[in-house]
Design a protein around this ligand. Structure first.
Ligand code: UTP
Length: 279
């Protein structure tokens, strides 16, 4: 069983400025719950209770969120508001949290490599909290874990995107092995529409085997001068095996204003019991 889940959360969140000037993108709330809490709940639902977070300057609110606030709890104790902290208390009681700082923001691959000290030599999950996922019958990370258990190699989550959107993602070239499961032949980071090998885009959920750290160490900076996880996965696919999994459910790109608004509307309709909100 995989117990550890890594949350790279050191990015600047420039698409959400000025909101993210002094506040981490990961604590922006969809309704009344911070993005990263949705991600941690998804990890927990997959049995991953050791949460490792890559933070950076100005990200202390993340650590404070996953800690007890004695003054606040004392204040609302015995009132009708006590229930509002129930879920976060359950998380704090059942998970461990460890943090390390990425000193220079040199890309997602570099953030994941920074997490080696927290992960060690075991397979682990990765969740990018700004990709908010709603699984169909079970969470997306739990779905991915089932694929990992069967094939024992790195697994990336993919979804079909419109051709004019491929330039925002890592895109795979793969051969279908099973329903929704592809063997990755190649991966390209943010390709132009013409060079994209498919419209199957990698989203912010991964299960990685620990040899990825050694590969990242020998990977040169790629697109935008950043150390790209896509480049390391491409090497891993060539030397070993990487699977891409078309998850069952829905993803909201909460790193963008449009996706964030969509997610907010979706969760609001869910809360109000509207019928048109199947994932
Ligand atoms: P993004 O590409 O969304 O970058 O990173 P960003 O900085 O968060 O947002 P924009 O594009 O400027 O608006 C994808 C994920 O990788 C993390 C981010 O925190 C996010 O979860 N990341 C990215 C790091 O932890 N470190 C980095 O150096 C880069």
């Amino acid at each position: 069983m995989i117990k550890k889940c890594l949350f790279p959360a050191a990015g600047y969140g420039t698409r959400f400025l000025p909101a993210t000037k002094a506040m981490p993108k990961e604590v922006l709330p969809v309704l009344d719950k911070p993005l990263i809490q949705y991600g941690v709940e998804e990890a927990m639902a997959a049995g991953m209770h050791n949460i490792a977070v890559i933070t950076g300057r100005g990200k202390r609110a993340i650590e404070d969120h996953f800690d007890i606030s004695y003054e606040l709890e004392h204040q609302i104790s015995g009132t009708s508001k006590e229930g509002l902290l129930r879920d976060i208390r359950r998380i704090i009681d059942t998970c461990t949290f460890s943090y390390t700082r990425q000193i220079e923001m040199r890309g997602l691959g570099h953030a994941i490599l920074t997490g080696e000290t927290l992960i060690g030599r075991e397979p682990f999950g990765v969740i990018l909290a700004d990709d908010l996922c709603v699984g169909e019958s079970q969470g997306v990370m739990a779905q991915m874990l089932e694929i990992y258990e069967k094939y024992r190699c790195s697994v990336v989550a993919i979804e079909e995107v419109a051709p004019e959107e491929v330039h925002k993602y890592g895109v795979i070239d793969g051969r279908q092995l099973d329903d929704g499961i592809y063997m990755v032949n190649a991966m390209v980071e943010k390709p132009g529409r013409e060079e994209a090998p498919s419209n199957l885009a990698v989203i912010g959920r991964y299960v990685l085997t620990p040899d990825i750290f050694d590969i990242l160490r020998r990977t040169e900076p790629g697109k935008n001068g950043e150390l790209q996880i896509t480049d390391a996965l491409q090497t891993q696919a060539r030397e070993n095996m990487v699977l891409a999994y078309r998850f069952k459910g829905r993803r909201f790109d909460c790193g963008s204003v449009d996706g964030f608004v969509e997610a907010t509307n979706y969760f609001y309709r869910q809360r109000c019991g509207a019928e048109d909100c199947d994932p």
